[in-house]
Design a protein around this ligand. Structure first.
Ligand SMILES: [Fe+2]
Ligand SMILES: [Fe+2]
Length: 262
């Protein structure tokens, strides 16, 4: 038996500070042996940079996944080609797209795979996540039954559908992207752990991590605004999953939503 933690989209400096405050104690308390986090908003709310990737790795995060915002900081493009622990969604078919959508990592005496996919409903155009998942999971299963999927998608239906499509084939399907945690964590019939959206680790008094003033101005006037990351107190959102290393089947799930008042 082992436990891994999946942390919802890290937003800006408040998200990173929140991890600094809480992550070491959470890893210790829950005896977590592998940590995955979605880092697509880690740098000022949009994208991730190599120094911020390194900062997050030093905090104890083993693998960073991403989504539509991975392309926002151009300096990450060459870095994606050389850093195996930073993933972008797998379902880009062009050979000109840098980076990889999956990786295999060693954990004590067994291997664990992470697969990052993006949804297509109300999202930028990508290849079919279902067909991509089928192909990739078949390859990864030859190496390990322990497979964690980050499905970065907007629509709740698309996320549940992919989770059921992969039930029994992977250890967990974790939804990301909306920055709002759903209270529907579950273990599907064939023992795949699932949550529609794991949420956000970032500023608490905000609109999805962004300061409310420009968002309200945008909604009330229709005029474009420059969005900035909110400041102040933060929240930590994650899903803790316990699984069997031999079979890759989930045993239990625990959703974490911690409000960090500083
Ligand atoms: Fe995000
Ligand atoms: Fe996103």
């Amino acid at each position: 038996m082992y436990r891994f933690l999946f942390i919802g989209d890290i937003v800006g400096r408040p998200g990173r500070r929140c991890l600094q405050d809480l992550l070491p104690a959470i890893i210790k308390e829950y005896e977590v042996s592998f940590v995955v986090a979605n880092g697509e908003n880690a740098a000022g709310g949009v994208g991730i940079t190599p120094p911020i990737f390194n900062e997050l790795r030093e905090m104890g995060i083993d693998v960073l996944t991403s989504g539509n915002h991975i392309w926002d900081k151009k300096e990450i493009y060459p870095f994606l080609n050389k850093e195996k622990r930073l993933l972008r969604p797998e379902n880009y078919s062009s050979p000109h797209v840098p980076g990889k959508g999956s990786g295999i990592f060693f954990l004590n005496n067994f291997k664990i795979a992470v697969l990052n996919l993006a949804g297509r409903v109300f999202m930028p155009h990508v290849e079919c996540p279902f067909h991509t998942a089928q192909k990739q999971v078949a390859l990864l299963k030859n190496i390990t039954p322990n497979i964690i999927v980050d499905f970065h998608a907007e629509a709740t239906s698309e996320k549940k559908a992919l989770a059921l499509f992969l039930d029994g084939q992977v250890t967990a399907v974790i939804g990301t992207h909306t920055h709002v945690q759903t209270a529907d964590e579950q273990i599907l019939p064939q023992r795949t752990a699932f949550i529609t959206d794991v949420g956000m680790t970032g500023p608490y008094n905000s609109i999805l991590g962004v300061s409310q003033e420009p968002v309200l101005k945008n909604f009330t006037t229709g005029l474009p605004q420059k969005f900035t990351v909110a400041s102040g107190n933060s929240q930590f959102n994650a899903l803790l999953v316990e699984a069997e290393e031999k079979t890759g089947k989930a045993l239990s799930v625990l959703r974490l939503n911690i409000i960090n008042i500083t």
